[in-house]
Design a protein around this ligand. Structure first.
Ligand code: KG4
Ligand code: ZN
Length: 349
C-alpha cells in the first residue's frame, strides 16, 4: 500500500511516498531555514506563505521521485496537529483538495506520532510496545507506545521543550538559528566540565523535565561575565550546557524505563539528532541490556516520510477524516482523529 505523506507544521514543506509504512520511495523537502535565520527564529506568517508557494512543487517532486502518479496512491496522509496553525492549514487544505479531487482517503496524522514513526523507517523490524523520548522544538514527552495508534504520555516538560531550551541558550551564546544544531557541532570541540550548571528535577514527578531554570542560569552566566568584562569560552559553555540538558533527558527517560520494565527504548523528534544524546543512550542501553532505536539523521527533523509511515498505521486503524477536517495548534498525542462530520457540514451537503 502506497501512502503520500504531506508535512507543513513548522518551517519545512515536505512530501514523501512510503510503501507499507516502512519503505521510503521518495522524500522531498523544501526548507525555509535560511529565511527564518535572518529573524533568529521561525516567523509564522512567513512560514505559511512559503508553504503556500512550495507545496505543489514538493508534492509533485515526491510523486515523480517515487516514479508513481496519484492514481497509484492508496491514501493521502497529512500532519493536522500540533504545530503553527497557519502553517498546518496549508498542508491540510492542500491534502483535502487532493483527496476530494482524486477520491482517495484522507488520513490526518499527529505530528509527534509521525516523529516516532521515523523509527519504523529506520528499523523495519521495530514493533510496539516500546518507550519513546520525543524531543522536538515544541515538545518534550516520554511516550509509552503500546501500539501504533495507542500511546500514553508518562512524562513531559513543565516549561520549555528541549529544542527550545537549546535554541534559546544558543541565541544567548551568539550561535545562529537553528541554535540546537549549531550548538551540537560547537560542543563537540568543548570541555563539558568547564562550567558548573544545575540538573533541575521536578519534585514528585521523576519522569518530567524542567529546562527554563537551566536556560536562565546560562543566560545569567553570560550576562554576568559580560558585565565583569570576562570572555566566555563558547565551545566549553555549549558542551557544558548540552551535557546538562542530555543528563536531564537521560535521567528521566531511564527512570521511566526502569519503572515500566521497558525492554526497547527509542528517541524521536528534531533533538534526537543530537550527537551526545544518541551516544549517551546508545551506551546506557548497552549497559542495561536494552534495545535502542533512533531515526536515521535525515528522518529526525520534519519530513514527509514519517507522516506517510504513521499514516499507514492510522489508515489501518480506520482513523480517516472527511472534508471538514480542520488543523489544530494543540492536540494530545493520545487522541486519534475520528471522522465526525460537523453539523454545519451535514446541513450544507
Ligand atoms: O522536530 P523538529 O524538526 O521540529 C519541531 O517539531 O519542533 O525539531 C526542531 C528542533 C529545533 O529546536 C532544533 O534546534 C532541534 O530540533 N535540533 C537539535 C539538533 N538538531 C535539531 N537540537 C540539538 N541537537 C541537534 N543536533
Ligand atoms: Zn517536528
Amino acid at each position: 500500500m502506497k501512502i503520500l505523506g504531506i508535512e507543513s507544521s513548522c518551517d519545512e514543506t515536505a512530501a514523501a511516498v512510503v510503501e507499507d509504512g516502512r519503505t521510503v520511495l521518495s522524500n522531498a523537502v523544501a526548507s525555509q531555514v535560511e529565511e527564518h535565520r535572518l529573524y533568529g527564529g521561525v516567523v509564522p506568517e512567513i512560514a505559511s506563505r512559503r508553504h503556500c508557494e512550495a507545496i505543489c512543487g514538493v508534492v509533485r517532486a515526491a510523486l515523480e521521485d517515487a516514479k508513481t502518479d496519484l492514481s497509484e496512491i492508496d491514501a493521502i496522509a497529512v500532519t493536522a496537529a500540533p504545530g503553527l496553525i497557519g502553517a498546518l492549514l496549508v498542508g491540510v487544505n492542500f491534502a483535502k483538495g487532493l483527496a476530494l479531487s482524486s477520491g482517495k482517503p484522507l488520513v490526518p496524522v499527529h505530528h509527534l506520532r509521525s516523529h516516532i514513526a521515523a523509527n519504523y523507517i529506520t528499523f523495519p523490524e521495530l514493533e510496539p510496545p516500546f518507550l519513546c523520548l520525543v524531543v522536538s522544538g515544541g515538545h518534550s514527552h516520554i511516550v509509552q507506545v503500546d501500539d501504533y495508534t495507542k500511546l500514553r504520555v508518562l512524562g513531559r516538560t513543565r516549561d520549555d521543550a528541549a529544542g527550545e531550551a537549546f535554541d534559546k541558550a544558543a541565541r544567548a551564546m551568539g550561535i545562529p538559528y537553528p541554535g540546537g544544531v549549531e550548538m551540537d557541532k560547537i560542543a563537540e570541540k568543548g570541555n563539558d566540565n568547564a562550567y558548573r550548571l544545575p540538573r533541575p528535577v521536578v519534585d514528585g514527578a521523576p519522569f518530567d523535565f524542567s529546562f527554563s531554570g537551566l536556560k536562565t542560569n546560562v543566560i545569567n552566566l553570560i550576562h554576568n561575565a559580560e558585565q565583569r568584562g570576562e570572555t566566555i569560552h563558547v565551545a566549553d559553555l555549549a558542551a557544558s550546557y548540552r551535557k546538562a540538558v542530555v543528563d536531564c533527558l537521560t535521567r528521566s527517560f531511564l527512570a521511566a524505563a526502569r519503572a515500566t520494565g521497558a525492554k526497547k527504548l527509542a528517541i524521536a523528534g528534531g533533538v534526537s539528532a543530537n550527537s551526545l544524546l544518541r551516544r549517551t543512550l546508545e551506551s546506557e542501553c548497552k549497559r542495561l541490556g536494552l534495545a535502542f532505536y533512533r531515526p536515521e539523521l535525515r528522518y529526525c527533523g520534519d519530513n514527509g516520510a514519517m507522516v506517510a509511515s504513521q499514516g499507514f498505521y492510522e489508515y489501518q486503524a480506520g482513523n480517516t477524516a472527511g472534508p471538514d477536517l480542520n488543523a489544530r495548534a494543540e492536540m494530545p498525542v493520545e487522541l486519534s482523529f475520528a471522522y465526525e462530520p460537523s453539523a454545519s457540514f451535514k446541513r450544507n451537503r
